[in-house]
Design a binder for this molecule. Structure first.
Ligand SMILES: Cc1cc2nc3c(=O)[nH]c(=O)nc-3n(C[C@H](O)[C@H](O)[C@H](O)COP(=O)(O)OP(=O)(O)OC[C@H]3O[C@@H](n4cnc5c(N)ncnc54)[C@H](O)[C@@H]3O)c2cc1C
Length: 401
């Protein structure tokens, strides 16, 4: 038996030392801060300020900001492990934080040097960025026709419209707006989609206080109303149709890692419960029962499956220059697999817990509620399956957006 490097967890061995340090710190914060606060923030359905303060203190708001702009510059494999670690502690915090990090990636592709200097400095200083794409009358599932319009005005641009599900809520300092020229509203052409960065304290921005969902409650994904919201020239991010230049893999990889995190949290809770709970007249833990063992076995296999899919997808994304199509497919498969894993494992955790598993405040019921949106979060389960099928059948596939 050869000597092993005990100090490095196996899943981190391929990371550079600086990336490993960031992931290890995320694991620490996830346990010490996020997991402890999760029940309270879930019940209150408020912005998890303490969690973000703890992450800010470690420079995490710049976690995917390139190093040349003062960020931590995490690559796809490290980011995947990073986000999964946070999701294990508090899914809401990780889910809404992924929005911020996705906006950072959008800027990397579409932003000018001046915009990067400005907005990345804001992020590194601790400001959070929301992504305001979804609208009540628009679906991203098929043909996308936006209803938020902009006009060119002397000061820059004037935006009017209504967004919903704007994660981070009032915790965000900026929102990346998706809009089209006013005369092109309700038409469907991605070539018209234009991004703007709006400050949330802009008088034309109103974050409505409406949010009471079954899960992901601390994402505070509230509606945002834009009324004559004037943004300056520097707030125009990219050109109309720039959305097509954004690789969608990062987004989907993040959500795969995120749902894998929820599944792992449920599994680890159930494992500990099975090892420690006794029922009379036996003094032995319930883990000794075959019936519990079958559930633990099913959970372990499902979690393993998800982990392999995410790890593979992260590796493909890290090397997407080699085979872009392959990396998109790997992400679609990982998102589909982790959706099934998260739903299956959180359900089984309730069975291992018994009745108390459905009582509010117990981790299994929160994890089950947080996992439920997995099927609809972009890339939605149906979208993943359609993309995989089209590829198998030899038909053309399309990007996430
Ligand atoms: C907790 C949470 C946080 C979120 N945070 C954000 C955020 O920060 N920013 C943001 O922009 N969004 C956010 N969202 C919104 C999320 O991206 C959308 O809910 C998701 O994309 C699904 O869109 P939808 O709700 O409009 O449903 P729809 O797209 O309307 O889908 C409803 C159903 O109709 C079907 N459907 C609709 N149109 C078609 C079609 N043309 N062809 C076939 N089937 C169709 C769909 O497949 C689906 O089954 C969040 C959502 C949740 C739950």
């Amino acid at each position: 038996v050869s000597a092993t490097t005990d100090a490095i967890p196996f899943d981190l061995v391929d990371l550079e030392p600086d990336e490993r340090a960031v992931v290890e710190k995320a694991r620490e914060i996830s346990v010490d801060v996020l997991a402890k606060n999760a029940p309270r923030y879930d019940i209150e359905a408020v912005f998890p300020a303490e969690n973000f303060d703890a992450m800010r203190a470690e420079g995490f708001t710049g976690v995917v900001v390139p190093k040349q702009y003062g960020g931590l510059g995490l690559g796809p494999q490290a980011y995947s492990l990073f986000l999964k670690s946070l999701a294990k502690g508090c899914a809401s915090t990780a889910g809404s934080f992924h929005m911020h990090n996705s906006v950072m990636r959008f800027l990397d592709v579409l932003g000018t040097h001046e915009q990067k200097e400005h907005y990345y400095a804001e992020a590194v200083s601790g400001k959070l960025f929301g992504s305001w794409g979804a609208e009540p009358g628009t679906s991203w599932a098929g043909t996308i026709a936006l209803n938020t319009g902009y006009d060119i005005v002397p000061e820059g641009f004037k935006v009017n419209g209504a967004k919903y599900f704007c994660s981070l809520g009032e915790g965000a300092s900026y929102g990346l707006l998706y809009a089209v020229a006013t005369e092109k509203r309700q038409q469907a052409n991605l070539e018209d989609v234009q991004f703007f960065m709006a400050n949330t304290d802009n008088p034309g921005v109103e974050i409505k206080d409406q949010w009471d969902p079954i899960g992901m409650r601390a994402t505070v994904s509230k509606p945002v109303i834009l009324t004559d919201c004037v943004v300056p020239q520097i707030a125009q991010i990219g050109e109309p149709g720039g959305i097509r230049r954004i690789p969608s893999e990062f987004y989907g990889l993040g959500y795969s890692s995120f749902y894998q995190g929820i599944a792992e949290a449920a599994y680890e809770w159930a494992l500990n419960h099975a090892q420690t709970r006794t029922v009379q007249p036996s003094n032995e833990p319930i883990g000794k029962f075959d019936r519990i063992q079958r559930k633990i076995g099913a959970m372990a296999v499902s979690v393993h499956q998800g982990a392999l899919a995410v790890e593979h997808a992260a590796r493909r994304v890290a090397h997407e220059d080699v085979d872009r199509g392959g990396s998109l497919l790997a992400v679609m498969k990982a998102k589909a697999i982790t959706t099934v894993t998260a739903l299956e494992v959180t359900n089984l955790a309730i069975d291992v817990a018994g009745g108390p598993g459905v009582i509010r405040g117990n981790p299994p019921e929160r994890l089950l509620r947080d996992a439920r949106a997995a099927t609809l979060m972009v890339p939605a389960f149906d979208q993943c399956m359609e993309t995989v099928a089209k590829n198998e059948l030899g038909y053309a596939t399309r990007e996430l957006h």
